[in-house]
Ligand binder design. Structure first.
Ligand code: FES
Ligand SMILES: [Fe+2]
Length: 443
C-alpha cells in the first residue's frame, strides 16, 4: 500500500495514456482478468431479460435464464464469431445469430443450427456453448470476470464491502443512464475522480455545500480507494457565510427545516441535518440505523479498481464507469447511472426523494418503465446540448486537453501532491500489473 511519503516514487508516464502496447497489455492483464461492474441487477429481474456489456474488444451477455438463474458468457457466436447482440438491455427467449441463424439458449448452450447434418464433426455441445464468464451479484450490481479461475468477488473487493454495506444501494432506482464518449484514455477519467486537488479551481460551486479541505482518503488492497467529504457545510478555506448558501437552503428544505433558523449559525447545519435524519429514521421512509451520524452528512466516494466510481450519500448514488475504446487508447467512454433511494412506504414514506446532492440533468425518457440510455459525444456537453450535471461537465471539458498534454514530448511523468494519494495508489496498482505482465512475457 502506498504511503504519503512514497507518493513521488510512483511512476506515471505519459505513454500509458496513448501507447498501443500498453492498451493491449491492459486488455490481456486487467480487463480480461479483473472483476468488472457490468450491469444493474434491476435490468435482469424479469425472466428472459439480458444485458450486453461491451468492454474494449470484448462483449459479454448477462441473462436471466428460464429457471431464474443468472448466466454470463461472451457475445461471440461459436460458429464464426459474429457478435450476437447489440449493447444495451433487452428481453428475448433465445439468442439467434444474425448471420447463419445458430440459436442459443439463455444459459449459453447451443439449441439448434440450420442444416445440422452438414457439419462433418457434428455439433458437440461442450465445444459450441458460448464461452462462459464468471458472474456475481452484490448490492444491486452484477459483476463479471472473464478469467474463469479468478478468486471470488468478495476477495477482490475485501474491506471495501464492509465500508459500503451500511448504504442501501440495492434498493436505489435508476433515474438516468448516460454515456459520453471522450477524447482521453480511460485512466485520465479515473485520475480525475481520484483527487480533490482540482475541485476549488474547476468546480467553484462546491464551496457552497462540501468541505473538501477536510476530506479524508482511504486506500484498500487491489487498488480500490475511498473518500469521505464533510457535506452540508461550506469550504473551510473560505469564511463561513452569515446565512445558509443556496445549496444548504435546498438541503434543509428537503428535510423540512427552516433555513432562516441558521442565519449566523451556518456551522451548526451538519449537526442539525444528522439529528433531523436520525429523528425521522423509520418514520419518513428511511432507515438510517446502519449509518453513523457522520455518515448521514458525509459524501462518500469509492473507486473500485480498475474503472468504477461510486459517489453518493445515503439517499443517492452516481455510478460512473470509464471504459476503453476498442481500438484507440486516446478515446474512452464514461457511463453514468444516477440512482436514488426513494422513501419506503413500509416505513411511512411517500413519493420520491427530494433531490439534494445528486440532481439529474433532466433527460429521463422511459420505455417499459426503464429510463432510456442517452449516448452522446463530449462536444455535445461542451456546446451545452447535453449535461451530466454541472460538475461532471466541468471535468469533461478538460479531459481532451489532459490527454493532449500527456502525449506531448514535453511531458515526462507526473509530480503528485499528497492530495493525490488515490491517483498514486491507482497507478501503483497499475504498475504492478504492468510489471507482472512484462515478467510473464519474458518467461
Ligand atoms: S456466425 Fe453465427 S451462425 Fe454463423
Ligand atoms: Fe472534478
Amino acid at each position: 500500500m502506498i504511503r504519503e511519503a512514497d507518493i513521488q516514487t510512483v511512476h506515471i508516464d505519459g505513454d500509458r495514456y496513448h501507447d498501443r502496447s500498453i492498451m493491449q497489455l491492459e486488455t490481456d492483464h486487467i480487463w480480461r482478468k479483473t472483476w468488472l461492474l457490468a450491469a444493474l441487477e434491476s435490468d435482469l429481474h424479469a425472466p428472459k431479460s439480458h444485458v450486453v456489456f461491451d468492454i474494449g474488444n470484448d462483449s459479454i451477455i448477462l441473462a436471466r435464464t428460464a429457471d431464474g438463474a443468472l448466466s454470463a458468457y461472451h457475445n461471440a457466436c461459436t460458429h464464426r464469431g459474429t457478435r450476437l447482440l447489440a449493447e444495451g438491455v433487452g428481453t428475448a427467449p433465445l439468442i439467434t445469430c444474425p448471420y447463419h441463424a445458430w440459436c442459443f439458449n439463455l444459459d449459453g448452450s447451443l439449441r439448434a443450427a440450420p442444416d445440422a447434418k452438414s457439419f462433418p464433426g457434428g455439433l458437440p455441445t461442450d465445444r459450441l456453448r458460448l464461452k462462459p464468464v464468471k458472474l456475481e451479484s452484490w448490492k444491486g450490481f452484477v459483476f463479471i470476470n472473464m478469467d474463469i479461475d479468478a478468486a471470488p468477488l468478495s476477495e477482490f473487493l475485501g474491506i471495501l464491502m464492509a465500508r459500503i454495506s451500511p448504504y442501501n444501494i440495492a434498493d436505489m432506482v435508476l433515474l438516468e443512464d448516460q454515456t459520453v464518449s471522450v477524447d482521453c484514455n480511460w485512466k485520465a477519467m479515473i485520475d480525475n475522480f481520484s483527487e480533490l486537488y482540482h475541485v476549488d479551481h474547476i468546480h467553484p460551486q462546491h464551496k457552497r455545500f462540501v468541505d473538501c479541505p477536510n476530506a479524508t482518503d482511504e486506500l484498500f488492497e487491489h487498488g480500490h480507494t475511498g473518500l469521505y467529504v464533510p457535506g452540508f457545510m461550506t469550504d473551510s478555506r473560505y469564511p463561513v457565510p452569515d446565512k445558509p448558501t443556496d445549496y444548504q437552503e435546498m438541503q434543509l428544505n428537503a428535510l423540512g427545516i427552516d433555513p432562516s433558523e441558521f442565519v449566523g449559525r451556518v456551522e451548526e447545519i451538519p449537526a442539525a441535518i444528522s439529528k433531523a435524519k436520525r429523528q425521522q429514521s423509520g418514520k419518513n421512509g428511511y432507515d438510517y440505523s446502519a449509518l453513523s451520524d457522520e455518515q448521514l452528512t458525509t459524501v462518500f466516494q469509492f473507486n473500485l479498481f480498475p474503472n468504477i466510481i461510486l459517489s453518493g450519500s445515503p439517499e443517492g448514488l452516481w455510478m460512473m464507469r470509464s471504459r476503453p475504446h476498442p481500438d484507440d487508447p486516446s478515446k474512452s467512454l464514461l457511463d453514468k447511472w444516477t440512482l436514488q433511494l426513494n422513501p419506503d412506504p413500509l416505513l411511512g414514506g411517500q413519493g420520491e426523494h427530494k433531490q439534494t446532492l445528486h440532481a439529474v440533468s433532466g433527460n429521463a425518457a422511459q420505455e417499459n418503465g426503464r429510463v432510456l440510455r442517452d449516448c452522446f459525444g463530449y462536444e455535445a456537453v461542451l456546446s451545452g446540448d447535453k449535461s451530466m450535471t454541472e460538475t461532471i461537465d466541468q471535468d469533461i471539458s478538460l479531459l481532451a486537453r489532459v490527454q493532449a498534454g500527456a502525449r506531448s514530448s514535453g511531458f515526462a511523468s507526473a509530480w503528485l501532491s499528497n492530495q493525490e494519494i488515490r491517483v498514486a495508489h491507482f497507478h501503483d496498482t497499475l504498475n504492478m500489473s504492468y510489471d507482472a505482465a512484462h515478467r510473464s512475457a519474458a518467461e
